[in-house]
Design a protein around this ligand. Structure first.
Ligand SMILES: C[S@@+](CC[C@H](N)C(=O)[O-])C[C@H]1O[C@@H](n2cnc3c(N)ncnc32)[C@H](O)[C@@H]1O
Length: 254
């Protein structure tokens, strides 16, 4: 997926808010080994490392575009690698803290993925993950529905992005079944107050819209963007537009 850090960074404070909630859940212990799965530009990985004195932090991400910006955030404590989460799992390295902010919703099959991620945690270690609840967020639902309409479904060859995100109860169950000794799993609304429906389009264009537009080209891509903007505007006609963005946060100790 072709990520664009400039578009992604347009809504920094809104995207940083859940990270700070996750950071507050991290057990501060000196000198621990930490991995940040899907670290993006690395800006937040560095903030995580700065909060953990003496830790060694590795940020991995499968997007070279996002990682290009990470050089500015690397130091002797924080390193970055171009690596997929799936690849990292297969390396069988163990960590005191496995952290991931707004990334695992891009990896399929969470029934398999979650136990694999948990298996990366050392005994006594911690997991902290945040992911948007794509199955309940209206911007995703409108987008996925649009893709089923003509002419888009033909252009997309009937492809729609089936979100891998599970119900919050299921994540709790998986944590329990895989040895969690203590957990805190919850959903939280992050209020987005945007200028109007067009601004909501800009918000989505940095993330969920990408897999659709990269499968479309020319006029069809233009038409898709226009139709999506229109649907967002008719659902969010007021200015400012209030959008209650729902995210899942899970923290567990093993
Ligand atoms: C929404 S961004 C979040 C970035 C960062 N964690 C943050 O909070 O700013 C999602 C990131 O996940 C990365 N990503 C998506 N699928 C991935 C995968 N399979 N392996 C590694 N990184 C992945 C993307 O490249 C992107 O940088």
């Amino acid at each position: 997926m072709a990520w664009n850090p400039d578009i992604y960074n347009k809504f920094k404070s809104e995207r940083f808010a859940p990270f700070y909630d996750c950071l507050n859940l991290v057990a501060i212990r000196p000198g621990i080994d930490v991995i940040d799965l899907g670290c993006g530009t690395g800006e937040l990985t560095r903030k995580l490392a700065d909060a953990l004195p003496g830790s060694k932090v590795l940020g991995i991400d499968s997007s070279q575009e996002m990682l290009n910006d990470s050089k500015a955030f690397a130091n002797e404590q924080v390193q970055f690698k171009l690596r997929g989460i799936e690849e990292q799992i297969n390396l069988d390295e163990k960590w005191d803290l496995v952290f991931s902010n707004a990334a695992i919703q891009w990896v399929y099959n969470h029934e398999e993925l979650m136990p694999e991620i948990i298996s990366m945690i050392k005994p006594g270690g911690q997991l902290v993950i945040q992911l948007p609840n794509q199955n309940q967020n209206l911007s995703n639902l409108i987008l996925d529905d649009l893709a089923t309409q003509e002419p888009f479904c033909t252009a997309l060859q009937n492809w729609t992005r089936n979100s891998p995100v599970l119900d919050i109860e299921r994540y709790a169950q998986i944590l329990f079944e895989n040895g969690s000794k203590q957990m805190s799993v919850f959903e939280k609304i992050y209020p987005l107050v945007l200028k109007d429906g067009d601004a909501l389009f800009d918000w989505v264009s940095g993330t969920a819209l990408i897999p659709y537009t990269e499968r479309l080209s020319g006029d069809t891509k233009e038409q898709f963007n226009t139709a999506y903007k229109e649907r967002l505007k008719s659902r969010f006609p007021k200015s400012p537009a209030f959008y209650p963005f729902k995210r899942i946060i899970m923290e567990a100790k093993f």
